[in-house]
Every structure is written in structure tokens, then in C-alpha cells.
Design a binder for this molecule. Structure first.
Ligand SMILES: NC(=O)c1ccc[n+]([C@@H]2O[C@H](COP(=O)([O-])OP(=O)(O)OC[C@H]3O[C@@H](n4cnc5c(N)ncnc54)[C@H](OP(=O)(O)O)[C@@H]3O)[C@@H](O)[C@H]2O)c1
Length: 312
């Protein structure tokens, strides 16, 4: 895999990364095993993955701690750490906070938990309501100048908020929800990022498993499974997604792989995306993810997938 560059920064990485909200993200997912999480990170790094996407809110610092433990056995420059903050619990409840002081403290705390002296990409995880966006990004720029981070990111910002945040041209990368079935940013954000030389990294590329090919239109979820109440996993929306996934099966057979590899290969071939960060629950899922880097979709296959999932 050829390396890509993150925005105008000096950060380079292979484009196939790993999402780590299931590594220590006990507040988000029940019954996570930390030893599975550690093994997932180590297996990913041993398999050629470099970019690890984490956040304070994944286990309120626990994901960062486990990553710090796992990467200690690897050369630091072989790992690209992407981290995020904005969730502030200091007043009892949870607030979103982008104030410069809060972001500075968040980076210092994250460095301690990760047991490292720099973070490769640091994102403002969500915009808050009060801090001027360019002031928040300005705080990250100061941290970059201090050598504590190497690239500046923002996440979950609307196109208007992205433009406001990037007034001084400091934003290297935007991480927003984007997948084959969720493509709003294509028209509203990608042209601006292209002009601004900022990168885009999508989250939820596998739609939490929906696009792996392991479900069919007949799949049902037990009543105590939260997916049984999720619109994406039930009713008409689910049937429509499964019909589109079915169109991937012959392409997968042609390449002797599964649907999951075809979906990830489509993202890797998408010129608007810098990298892709599928999440994994255990080390056993890593080989399937890594295999996607070996799939070369033809232009016709790429376009066919594009059309079959088009939301226009
Ligand atoms: N910036 C943000 O606000 C934000 C928000 C959400 C997520 N994220 C980032 O994006 C990453 C990706 O999101 P995500 O992990 O929630 O969802 P995802 O990547 O869309 O889906 C991950 C799920 O796909 C399934 N999967 C992965 N590899 C598989 C394999 N080889 N075989 C079968 N199934 C496989 C697993 O499902 P099972 O669990 O069913 O095994 C896994 O939990 C996160 O880890 C996080 O780093 C960022």
C-alpha cells in the first residue's frame, strides 16, 4: 500500500487503519474483553496497519491507555496515533468543550495515558456551542508548534463549521460519518476539502457490521439486542441496504474474497478519502480487514458499486 499524507502536515500513513472504539470502550459497548483489545492492536500493527483511531470518550481514557500499553513493543514511528477530545465531565454531567484551555489539558492528559510525547493527529471530537471554531483550532496549532501533535483534525463538523474552523488553513483532516449508504458529505464538503488541501477520513465504514456481508435480508436481531430497535437494522432501510449488499456478492466471488473486502477496497480506491478506519472487535477480524488491501477493483467495478449504493 502506498502511503498517503494527512492534509498539509508531515504525517504519512498507509491508508488502511483501525478504529479502536471496541478497545477499552466499555462505556459504549457491553462485555468488551481488554485482552482481546490488546491483541487486536498488536495483530493490526504486526499486519502492516499503522493508523490507530482512538478518542478519550472510548472508555473515558481506557482505550488510550490500552493503546499506550500495546504500542510500547513497537517502534514509535511505526504507529500513527489519531486521538480526539471534546467530552468534558469536570462539572459532573457531560458537556462538549472546545475551549483552548480544555483542549490543551486534554492533549497533555492523553499523552500521559498513551505514554508517548507526541500524538500524530489530534481531532476536536465534536464542536461545542460557544467557542469560536478558529480559536479552538488555534489552540491545537499552538500545541503543534510545541511539538505535542503533528496534524490537526476536526470531527462531526458541518460543512459551514469546517470552513469556519479552517479560516487560517490549519485543518489537515476532517473525520465525519460517511459510508456507502451515508454519503451527504460528497456534495457538501468534499469539493471544499479538495480546494483547501485537507484530507477526509470516514467513520462507520462498515456501518457497524451491516456492510460486512454477514447479514442477509432474512437476518433478525433478538429483542434485547439494541440493533432490533435501530432503523438501519430493521424494516425498509435494512431491506434496501441488504439488496445493495447482495449486488457485491458476485464481485466478491470474482475476486475470491468476501463482501467486507470489496467494501473496504472501494473506500481505498475512492480518491476523496485519505484513509479508512474499520473497527474490529478481536484480533481474528484483522486478517479479513488487511486482505482488502490486496483487492484491486477495476474502474467498472468501482463505478458499479458507486451506482448500486447511490443515494441520489
Ligand atoms: N469521530 C467520531 O465521532 C467517530 C464515531 C464513531 C466511530 N468512530 C471511529 O470509527 C471507527 C469505526 O467505527 P465502528 O468500529 O463503530 O464501526 P464499523 O467500522 O462500521 O464496523 C465495525 C464492525 O464491523 C465488524 N467487522 C470488522 N471486521 C470484521 C471481520 N473481519 N469480519 C466480520 N465482521 C467484521 C465488527 O462487527 P461485530 O462487532 O458485530 O463483530 C466490527 O465491530 C471506530 O472504531 C472509531 O475509531 C469515530
Amino acid at each position: 500500500m502506498d502511503k498517503i499524507k494527512i492534509g498539509k502536515s508531515q504525517v504519512e500513513t498507509v491508508p488502511l487503519g483501525l478504529g479502536t472504539n471496541k478497545v477499552g470502550g466499555h462505556n459504549l459497548f457491553p462485555n468488551l474483553s481488554e485482552s482481546d483489545g490488546l491483541a487486536t492492536i498488536r495483530t493490526a500493527l504486526e499486519s502492516g496497519i499503522e493508523l490507530l483511531d482512538t478518542a478519550f470518550i472510548y472508555g473515558k481514557g481506557r482505550s488510550e491507555e490500552l493503546i499506550g500499553e500495546a504500542i510500547a513493543d513497537f517502534p514509535r514511528d511505526q504507529v500513527i496515533i489519531a486521538d480526539k477530545a471534546a467530552h468534558d465531565f469536570s462539572s459532573g454531567g457531560m458537556l462538549l468543550n472546545n475551549e483552548p484551555q480544555f483542549l490543551t489539558k486534554s492533549v497533555d492528559d492523553a499523552l500521559r495515558r498513551l505514554k508517548t510525547d507526541y500524538i500524530d493527529i489530534f481531532y476536536i471530537h465534536f464542536p461545542d456551542e460557544k467557542t469560536p471554531k478558529s480559536e479552538a483550532v488555534g489552540a491545537l496549532q499552538e500545541l503543534r508548534e510545541a511539538g505535542k501533535l503533528r496534524a490537526i483534525g476536526i470531527s462531526n463538523f458541518t460543512p459551514e463549521q469546517v470552513k469556519e474552523a479552517n479560516q487560517d488553513g490549519y485543518v489537515d483532516v476532517v473525520e465525519n460519518y460517511y459510508s456507502l449508504i451515508h454519503r451527504e458529505d460528497e456534495e457538501t464538503l468534499f469539493p471544499y476539502l479538495n480546494d483547501a488541501h485537507s484530507s477526509f477520513i470516514p467513520y462507520f465504514p462498515l456501518e457497524s457490521g451491516l456492510l460486512t456481508g454477514k447479514y442477509t435480508k432474512d437476518s433478525t436481531f433478538a429483542e434485547n439486542d439494541p440493533r432490533s430497535k435501530d432503523k438501519k437494522f430493521t424494516g425498509e432501510v435494512f431491506q434496501k441496504t441488504m439488496a445493495a449488499v447482495d449486488t457485491l456478492r458476485p464481485i466478491a466471488r470474482q475476486h475470491h474474497v468476501d463482501v467486507l473486502q470489496i467494501v473496504l477496497a472501494w473506500y481505498l480506491a475512492n480518491p476523496n478519502l485519505a484513509a479508512v478506519i474499520p473497527g474490529a472487535r478481536n484480533a481474528g477480524q484483522i486478517p479479513g480487514i488487511v486482505q482488502s488491501a490486496k483487492v484491486n477493483l477495476s474502474k467498472d467495478e468501482y463505478d458499479l458499486i458507486d451506482q448500486n449504493f447511490s443515494t441520489k
